[in-house]
Design a protein around this ligand. Structure first.
Ligand code: GTP
Ligand code: MG
Length: 444
């Protein structure tokens, strides 16, 4: 795994698909570091970073937390702690330091100079996982764009990793950077590449716009899944729609949005699963994934999926992180329904407590398919206002119209009369105009 995967256009990027990469990663042993200002949190403060490292295929050799209100602006840790860290690296046999915060280039440089091992930050690890998990052409371009921008901001030599065949996160030479001219050249190349990536992404986005327009014409109500990574969004999509979207016990399993339809009481809905969120989600990624996240922005309803079995503090932080990202992408004021997932992992008492704490939420187990009736009900209620109860009289000669109505609303209540079929149906208000000529006077 490399911090800079951006290679020449002529030499297409090799994605981490060979065994070589995982072997290389297996040799990486990271010492996780972080800063906290709260002693009570200290127990678990690096749990997520370690999980990210695990997902990236890097072993954790140890961890070290410094208690201070702010990281040191020059070296992240204080001097004394840094000396301690150096000893811990030697003792644990770590060959990499992974920092829980995004490091300023200056902090990163002085850490590497001081410690003599590569130092990576949380953002680099997340970018790396994304690079690994991106499958679609669009996803790969989005990740590459984010990585380029991250490296640009650091004036990192673009192809410097090619010098070091060993690979792995942060295998850039610790202290020696490329010469000034090389950096200038690299920056120009990077800017060109960024411009090219943006153009290609715009083209792909346009295609997706076409697909979306096609869906729009079907005018089905749209629901988007949002939530912290690993909350169970894809599992819920599969359970609700019978789809087979990949599910994995690792972070950022899903990067590409996928949309499926499902039916509740005869009405069809579209459900979209997309990339998961995380605390301190690198800004470059939110930027690059704007188009993907647009599926969320365009939804009529957002199901915010939460791992109810996560420890309380984690859960609260997760929910806040999701709120923050929704806000950032412009979906902050969409109607939302809170879904507490993984109910099967809760004791009866815990389940009761969770429900008390979030009375507005629905408790489900996507894995076991439990609580889905409750969820269905809430979804239907959320869309209730978009339906109007109408009475239509459809002449026998217009069977196609009856068919059209069925397509739109599913089962209807009907009675056969001499002059046609009298139908009572709940029709989406936006589609009502299609049946205006059939409405009976009394039900208008
Ligand atoms: N026990 C239990 N496990 C669940 C449930 N729902 C999902 N999981 C597990 O949680 C893990 C993550 O599930 P996913 O559906 O991949 O989660 P996601 O939110 O799509 O994650 P990303 O795509 O990484 O953002 C998997 O191992 C699932 O099997 C549930 O209701 N109960
Ligand atoms: Mg997923």
């Amino acid at each position: 795994m490399q911090r800079s995967r951006n290679e020449n256009e002529a030499a297409p990027r090799r994605r981490a698909n060979g065994a070589g990469v995982s072997n290389r990663r297996a040799r990486q042993r990271a010492l996780a570091i972080g800063v906290t200002d709260d002693r009570s949190e200290a127990d678990d403060a690096l749990a997520e970073l370690k999980e990210l490292l695990r997902t990236a295929g890097v072993a954790t050799a140890g961890e070290m937390l410094q208690q201070r209100s702010q990281p040191d602006p020059d070296r992240y840790f204080g001097r004394g702690k840094l000396a301690e860290l150096k000893k811990a690296i030697a003792a644990s046999g770590a060959n990499l330091v992974a920092c829980d915060d995004e490091l300023a280039p200056r902090q990163e440089r002085s850490l590497e100079a001081e410690l003599d091992v590569p130092v990576v930050d949380r953002t680099a690890v997340i970018l790396d996982i994304f690079a690994d998990h991106a499958h679609s052409a669009e996803g790969k371009l989005q990740v590459e764009l984010a990585q380029l921008e991250y490296n640009m901001a650091r004036m990192r030599g673009l192809w410097s990793h090619l010098d070091r065949l060993d690979g792995g996160i942060g295998t850039r030479a610790p202290t020696r950077g490329p010469g000034e001219t090389q950096i200038e050249t690299d920056r120009r190349l990077a800017r060109d590449r960024i411009a090219a990536l943006r153009r290609r992404l715009t083209r792909l986005e346009r295609n997706r716009g076409v697909m979306r327009a096609r869906r729009d014409r079907s005018s089905l109500p749209r629901i988007a899944l949002a939530g912290y990574t690993n909350a169970g969004k894809s599992t819920l999509l599969n359970t609700l729609t019978g789809a087979e979207v990949g599910v994995g016990d690792r972070l950022f399993h899903t990067l590409d949005p996928s949309t499926r339809s499902f039916e509740l009481s005869g009405r069809d809905y579209l459900l979209t699963d997309t990339v998961g969120f995380i605390e301190k989600l690198p800004h470059q990624l939110v930027e690059a994934f704007k188009a993907t996240l647009e599926e969320t922005v365009l939804a009529d309803l957002i199901l915010h999926v939460v791992d109810a079995a996560a420890p309380e503090e984690r859960r609260i932080a997760d929910m806040e992180a999701v709120d923050a990202v929704l806000e950032e992408i412009g979906a902050g004021d969409k109607p939302r329904l809170l879904v507490l997932n993984k109910a099967d992992l809760l004791e009866a008492e815990e389940a009761r407590e969770a429900q008390l704490r979030h009375p507005e939420a629905v408790l489900v187990s996507a894995l076991r398919g439990e609580g889905l009736e409750g969820l269905a009900e809430r979804i239907e209620v959320a869309f209730e206002d978009t339906l109007a109860e109408v009475e239509l009289l459809i002449p026998y000669s217009e069977g196609a119209r009856l068919h059209e109505l069925h397509e739109l609303v599913g089962e209807v209540e009907r009675s056969d009369r001499e002059d046609g079929v009298l139908v009572h149906a709940r029709v989406p208000i936006a589609e009502l105009h299609r049946f205006d000529d059939l409405r009976t006077a009394d039900a208008a």
